[in-house]
Design a protein around this ligand. Structure first.
Ligand code: ATP
Ligand code: MG
Length: 565
């Protein structure tokens, strides 16, 4: 546990409302001075950036106040869950930089939960209902109209107990009956209107196999699991606020007089513009083949961002910037992109890459001559050093850095105009060659030998600087230009359209035959670079020696800065 001096020594930033609660509880010695949280994913999909927000809260607050955070898989629905997801979730949490104390599963408590359910039946707090889910729903009423009692509500406890045991023995079909808590069909909180607490599911469970035929509902598993583990602060998102009274109700029935109680606190979910966040929707994107899997670099999943080249630090810094409140809203995805740029700008090695190459011949440069130019690795980091880049008579430049008939304010290459070749000479464009169809196939220029850094003319002002690689000392690569997956700012709100109609057709543009500096050919999968003047890129996991593949993480243009500064 952190001492008060340690707490005071932590750098001051304003505390969010949950930190305030935790500080107060610790000061008052609540829960014997313990702080214990949990992160409770259901292993039915991959983690997305919304989960990162919950992870930063659950693990972060325990870290900050000397408590512990456990990872608990909320595995109460075997139909949708799988070990594949369990493993991916572990990997993603570690990648984000967090450590759990223990790993638990809600299925660890199936015995205790079942025993508790039998006890509730015997004490008159639960009954077996033989109605269908539809009938039960019809009797629920509305927030202003009370619900109706089930005809099975007052059956003898022994009869319910016998049926519940037979449900679990596999005697009945799925949907034939459920176990319901007997609370209050007129409650203003709909969750109190005799909620279903157990249902029959005949599907093997990823951990318990066919041991069980009945499985607890979320509301009957979550709070109790918190209690069994000793969780003090059960932090979740706002949609669970209306479940909190039920959470407390079951804890009251479960706990003995003197013991502690876990308490639930809610914060706002993360919603992002141009993004769909629900696992159900993400699974559909994968199943419909609209993306190339859960780690497609356009997915808002942690593994998607990882493959795209985002750093864990940038995701954490983004979560820190948006904070935690009690009000739902939607965050501009440009802020996330801004956080990524901010981090990569500090750490990514600069390199030259030409995505749409056209040959530039420096006609007054000797044919057999080459020079090694020094290229600063990262001007933001004085310790990063430099690497050399080969200059020669034949170079590649970007096709759109040349225009034959250029408008006035075009400062790149056009006949008669000077431009600087980044880290090398100033050249004057002299013209171009075209093929029979009129396509430009080569551009020509003359260099001024006195314009290298340190030379008499090196400070001559020219308006444009362009990047280049040498024809001979560059290699070919495929570059995948990723953009936002959806065209609409709020894709989840759009009615009456199929998912595939919402996809941004430009969200992936593949460029073949790009030319990159030779040293990039030996970069490792995941390594990140800034391609000068273009953006941040990383090596894709499909990249091989024979076929290099780079992903665009984010372009250089910062819309967030433009709007907000
Ligand atoms: P989804 O709605 O995307 O399917 P979920 O809430 O069902 O997600 P869980 O695996 O149950 O996913 O979530 C684990 C934890 O992550 C929960 O505490 C949940 O509140 C939190 N969480 C899920 N989505 C978000 C989000 N968008 N923002 C913040 N926290 C989230
Ligand atoms: Mg859930």
């Amino acid at each position: 546990m952190a001492t008060s001096e340690e707490l005071q020594a932590t750098p001051k930033r304003s505390l969010n409302f949950i930190e305030q609660i935790v500080e107060k509880d610790l000061k008052e010695g609540k829960n014997d001075g313990r702080l214990q949280t949990r992160f409770p994913p259901e292993p039915n999909g991959y983690l997305h950036i919304g989960h990162a927000k919950a992870i930063c809260m659950d693990f972060g607050i325990a870290e900050r106040y000397g408590g512990i955070c456990n990872l608990r898989f909320d595995d109460t629905n075997p139909v949708k869950e799988d070990v594949e997801y369990v493993e991916a979730i572990r990997e993603d949490i570690e990648w984000l930089g967090f450590k759990w104390n223990e790993i638990y599963y809600a299925s660890d408590y199936f015995d205790e939960l079942y025993t508790f359910a039998e006890r509730l039946i015997l004490e008159g707090h639960a009954y077996v209902d033989e109605q269908t889910a539809e009938q039960i729903a019809q009797q629920k009423g509305t927030p202003t109209v009370p619900g109706m009692h089930s005809p099975y509500r007052d059956r003898p406890a022994q009869e319910s107990l016998d049926l519940f045991r037979r449900m679990n023995a596999g005697e009945f079909d799925e949907g034939a009956m459920t176990l319901r808590a007997k609370i209050d069909m007129a409650s203003s909180n709909m969750h109190f209107r005799d909620p279903i607490i157990y249902r029959i599911i005949k599907h093997p469970h990823h951990r318990t196999g066919r041991t069980w035929s009945v499985y607890p509902m979320y509301d009957f598993a979550h709070g109790q699991s918190d209690y069994f583990e000793g969780v003090t602060h059960s932090i979740c998102t706002l949609e669970f606020e209306v479940h909190r009274p039920l959470y407390d109700y079951f804890i009251d029935l479960l706990k003995d007089e003197r013991s502690y109680r876990p308490r639930q606190f809610e914060f706002n979910r993360l919603n992002l513009t141009y993004t769909m966040m629900s696992k159900r929707k993400l699974l559909q994107l994968v199943k419909d083949g609209l993306v190339q899997g859960w780690d497609d670099p356009r997915m808002p999943t942690i593994c998607g961002y990882r493959r795209r080249g985002y750093t864990p630090e940038s995701i954490r810094s983004f979560i820190d910037k948006i904070g935690y409140t009690k009000y739902d809203g939607i965050i501009d995805v440009a802020l996330l992109e801004h956080a990524v740029r901010e981090d990569l700008n500090q750490h990514a090695t600069r390199a030259s890459a030409v995505l749409d190459p056209i040959k530039l011949v420096i006609t007054n440069y000797p044919e057999d001559k080459v020079e090694q130019m020094e290229f600063v690795n990262n001007p933001e980091d004085p310790t990063s050093g430099s690497h050399s880049i080969t200059f020669a008579r034949e170079l590649f430049v970007e096709r759109d850095d040349f225009m034959e008939d250029a408008p006035k304010k075009y400062y790149r290459m056009t006949p008669g105009q000077e431009v600087r070749l980044k880290s090398a000479y100033i050249v004057k464009c002299t013209g171009c060659k075209k093929d029979e169809q009129g396509n430009i196939v080569e551009v020509y220029a003359e260099y001024d030998p006195n314009t290298l850094s340190g030379m008499p003319e090196s400070n001559r002002k020219v308006k444009g600087t362009i990047h280049w690689v040498s024809c001979h000392d560059s290699v070919e690569a495929e570059v995948r230009l990723y953009d936002r997956l959806f065209t609409d700012e709020n894709p989840s709100e759009i009615q009456g359209k199929e998912l595939h109609e919402l996809i941004n057709p430009e969200s992936l543009v593949v460029r073949q035959h790009c030319r990159i500096e030779r040293f990039l050919a030996s970069a490792q999968v995941g390594e990140r670079f800034q391609f000068q003047r273009i953006g941040y890129f990383c090596v894709d996991r499909e990249s091989t020696r024979e076929r290099l593949v780079f992903n665009r993480t984010v372009s250089l243009k910062d819309n967030w800065k433009k709007i907000n500064q």
